[in-house]
Design a protein around this ligand. Sequence first.
Ligand SMILES: Nc1ncnc2c1ncn2[C@@H]1O[C@H](COP(=O)(O)OP(=O)(O)OP(=O)(O)O)[C@@H](O)[C@H]1O
Ligand SMILES: [Mg+2]
Length: 371
Amino acid sequence: MKLELQGITKRFGPLVANDSIDLVIEPAEIHALLGENGAGKSTLMNVLFGLYTADEGKILLDGEERTFRGPRDALAAGIGMVHQHFMLVPVFTVAESVMLGHEDVRGGGLLDLETARRRVKELSDRFGFGLDPDAVVEDLPVGVQQRVEIVKALAREAKVLILDEPTAVLTPQETDDLIEIMRQLKDAGTSIVFITHKLREVKAVADSITVIRRGAVVGTAEPSASENELAELMVGRAVSLGLDKAVAEPGEETFVVEGLTVRDATDQTVVDDVSFAVARGEILAVAGVQGNGQTELTEAILGVLPSAAGSVTLEGRELRGCAPTRCSPRAWGSSPRTARSTASSSTSRWRRTWCSTCTTRSPSPKASGST
Ligand SMILES: Nc1ncnc2c1ncn2[C@@H]1O[C@H](COP(=O)(O)OP(=O)(O)OP(=O)(O)O)[C@@H](O)[C@H]1O
Ligand SMILES: [Mg+2]
C-alpha cells in the first residue's frame, strides 16, 4: 500500500508541531523518520494513526484521500502503530492483549479467546517471534512485549506499521532482533515507518530517510549517507561525532549519593544500593537501557519518590527526605527526560524542578543506614 501525507499541519496552541509536512511511504519499504527530540515525529504519526486531527493536510492511501476519526479507522484502513510508550495491559495474557479492542465473539456472546490464541501462534511462528499466547504481559521482557504490540498490529492486517522509537527500550541484542523482524515484515510486503534518532540503526535497515526538524521536513537522504551528514541534517549545523574535549579537571566532590535504594509499590527493589559522587565542574553520565531504574533514581534524588535507604548530600547537607515543594530555588535543578508530563500545560520543553535546602542537617555517618 502506498501512503502519502500531504501538507500535514498540526498545532498545539501557538506551537506548530507539524508544519505542512509531505511524506510518501512506498509499498514494502522501511522508511526512517529521523529527527531530534521534539521535532514532531510522534505528532505526525499520531495524526496518521487517527489519534490527532490535523489542522491542515491530507492522508492518501493508494491515491485515495482518507479521513481517520480515530485509531479504529486507521486500523481498518491497514495502519498499525506501536507507540513510544507501550499500551499493553500488564495483567492480560498475550492472546488477550492481541484481542483487546478487536474482540471476536462466539455464539452466546462469549469471547473467542481460542481464535486469538491460534492467531498469535500462527503469526509468531511465521515471523519467529517465539510468543506464548498464554504468557502474562507483565512477566515478559520489554523486547518481547514489543513483539506482542507488533503482533497486535499484524493481527489486524496492518499494511503500514508505524514503530515509534522502538529501540529506545531495547538492549543491543534485542535491537538486532527487531531489525531482523523489520526485514522479514518488509519481505512479507509490510511498509514500516521507523522513528528513531539512532543513526546506526537507520543506516542498517532503512530504504529511505526523511528528516524533520522543528516540525518541518528539512530533507531526505539515502541510507548510504554518512552518520555525519544525517546528524547535520537532523540538528541543522555541523556536528562532530568524535570525542572533542579536553581532559576534565574536576574540583572537590560536592554531590554524593550513597547506598540509595528505592522500592516500588510492590516492594520490588528498583534502585539497588546505588552510590556515586560528582565533583565540582564534572559531568557524570548514568547509562542504561530505559526502564532500568534511571527514572526512579532521579526521582528519589529529587525527593519526588521516597527512598528506602541511603543518603543524598550536596555540599555536605543531607537532602534525602526533602520534598521538592519545600525547597528553595538555590542549589540544583533537573530537566525531565521528555516533555510528556509538561507539554500540555506549556510549550516549553523544559521545566525546572528546583530543590535544595529543606533542612540543613549536617551529614550524619548514619545517613546511609536504613532509616
Ligand atoms: N499533546 C501535546 N500538547 C502540547 N504540545 C505537544 C503535545 N504533544 C507534543 N507536543 C509538542 O510538540 C512538539 C513535537 O513533539 P513530538 O512528541 O511530536 O516530538 P518527537 O519528535 O516525537 O520527539 P521525541 O523524540 O522526544 O519523541 C514538542 O515541542 C512537544 O512538546
Ligand atoms: Mg516521539
